[in-house]
Write a protein that binds this ligand. Structure first.
Ligand SMILES: Nc1ncnc2c1ncn2[C@@H]1O[C@H](COP(=O)(O)OP(=O)(O)OP(=O)(O)O)[C@@H](O)[C@H]1O
Ligand SMILES: [Mg+2]
Length: 443
């Protein structure tokens, strides 16, 4: 234990500490209050040689001006190891569902220590992870080690779809599932825990929760905490990881709150100047190497349903594929409410999905594109004025839209309709059949 100095000012979560030692605690090191070691401060910057700007991680109001500050010369460590599987943790790595003493002997990893991305590693196996959800497996197939987004405005089905994917792929062999709740409703965490427990998926899941009831400092770090924990299993236990985040937009938002607390001037759209690096720091931790792959599924909230929001654009650019959920589709009663044309994947290539799948996606997208323009024409002149070919394509698009509707296992209790799982092979066969039958009918 070393004495660092004293608290000079407190402004919300920001605490300025005057340091009195020559060797300054490095950025990201953890300081404690001498008379109450529960109070944790994280050094985020040095304003001048002596003044350390810190964030009060625990948000504790026990801190006061003049309080003596110490360091244990270590970062923020969290427990890891097989014993954490099946449990729920807060952003500081404290257990939520069971007594913490259970993890007293566990190995520890440091949440904020430097990582070196493995630049040499190239993901070559392109293994497709089947989700059993028709619209996803067709338009945005999951590929091991890649990053997929589910983006949409408030209440259009991001959480339902994320949970359904966890349900369908959460028991994959040699895999461990991570779920990270960032800035969403606390209740949803409980519901997810119960769903996973009912479906016997807890044995292969670890959860980290930094929901909307937590302060911005905790919400901004929970993704990093979980990523560090997942990397331990990837590297030390050679596990492949399925890493779910609901919701990555809240990670940006929490960092934005911190940025305004330290008085930074906002940049484009009111977001923090460091938005890109705040995201990058998390995204680059979710990488793969020869030990194992991290495949991530992240839901993205769209403020005011505006797809051009700078944070949404930035997040989308760091993902390999995006499933776009739309309010108008949701309101027309189509579930999952996927906007088939906006949904886009850089992983649709002959090399990754094979020629049959690749050709089918192009064909279906062309039909759907035509459908959009025909809808406009029909509104003006009526369907009967369309040529035979156009009418046949129009009906074909309607059949395809209908086909991609699917009931979910996780909403069975709510809707009364049993969930449906469709294999990739049957999915492609059915889509090809719809297209050929309509073409034949048209002749
Ligand atoms: N695929 C679906 N099948 C059945 N019901 C659905 C589906 N998607 C959404 N719903 C219904 O819509 C509601 C809202 O969905 P959900 O909570 O997933 O939205 P969200 O996009 O996560 O919202 P928020 O932005 O508030 O987090 C659900 O509670 C459910 O009733
Ligand atoms: Mg949600």
């Amino acid at each position: 234990m070393t004495i660092v100095g004293n608290v000079q000012t407190i402004d919300g979560l920001i605490v300025d500490v005057i340091t009195t030692i020559v060797e300054k605690p490095p950025i990201n090191s953890i300081l404690l209050m001498n008379d109450n070691p529960e109070v944790l401060l994280r050094v985020i910057a040095y304003q001048d040689k002596y003044l350390a700007k810190c964030i009060n991680l625990t948000g504790s109001n026990k801190i006061y001006r003049g309080a003596k500050i110490i360091t244990q010369n270590k970062g923020l460590t969290i427990p890891v190891g097989d014993e954490i599987i099946g449990h729920v943790f807060d952003p500081l790595g404290k257990s939520i569902d069971v007594d913490d003493s259970q993890f007293a002997q566990s190995s520890q990893v440091d949440v904020f220590s430097e990582i070196k991305p493995d630049k040499k590693y190239r993901n070559q196996d392109n293994e497709i992870v089947e989700t059993g959800i028709k619209v996803i497996d067709f338009f945005t197939p999951f590929v091991k080690g890649r990053k997929i987004g589910i983006i949409g405005g408030a209440g259009v089905g991001k959480t339902v779809l994320t949970t359904e994917i966890m349900h369908n792929i959460g028991n994959k062999k040699d895999h461990l599932t991570y779920f990270v709740g960032i800035g969403e409703r606390m209740r949803e965490g409980h519901e997810l825990f119960n769903t996973l427990s009912e479906k016997k998926l807890l044995d292969s899941t670890v959860m980290y929760m930094g929901q909307m009831n937590e302060n911005a400092a905790l919400r901004s770090m929970v993704g990093l905490t979980a990523a560090r924990s997942a990397r331990y299993f990837r590297d030390k236990k050679k596990k492949n990881i399925l890493f779910f985040i609901d919701n990555i937009y809240r990670h940006v938002q929490a960092n934005n709150e911190l940025s305004s607390m330290v008085g930074e001037l906002p940049a484009e759209g009111g977001y923090q100047p460091s938005m890109y690096s705040d995201l990058k720091k998390l995204m680059e931790q979710l990488d793969s190497n020869d030990n194992g792959a991290i495949t991530t599924v992240q839901s993205v909230f769209i403020p005011s349903d505006d797809l051009s929001d700078p944070a949404v654009v930035e997040i989308s650019q760091q993902l390999d594929a995006v499933i776009v959920l739309s309010r108008s589709v949701f309101e027309s009663g189509i579930l999952p409410a996927v906007d088939l044309l906006q949904t886009n994947s850089s992983l649709i290539s002959e090399e990754i999905v094979g020629k049959t799948h690749y050709d089918l996606v192009n064909r279906v997208k062309a039909i759907l594109q035509k459908y959009e323009s025909l809808k406009g024409i029909i509104a003006v002149i009526g369907e009967s004025e369309l040529s035979q070919d156009d009418r046949s394509d129009y009906h074909l698009a309607q059949k395809l839209i209908e086909y991609f509707k699917q009931s979910m296992f996780v909403t069975e209790d709510l809707s009364g309709t049993p969930g449906q799982y469709v294999s990739r092979e049957n999915n492609l066969k059915s889509i090809a059949e719809i297209i050929t039958s309509e073409v034949n009918n048209g002749i």
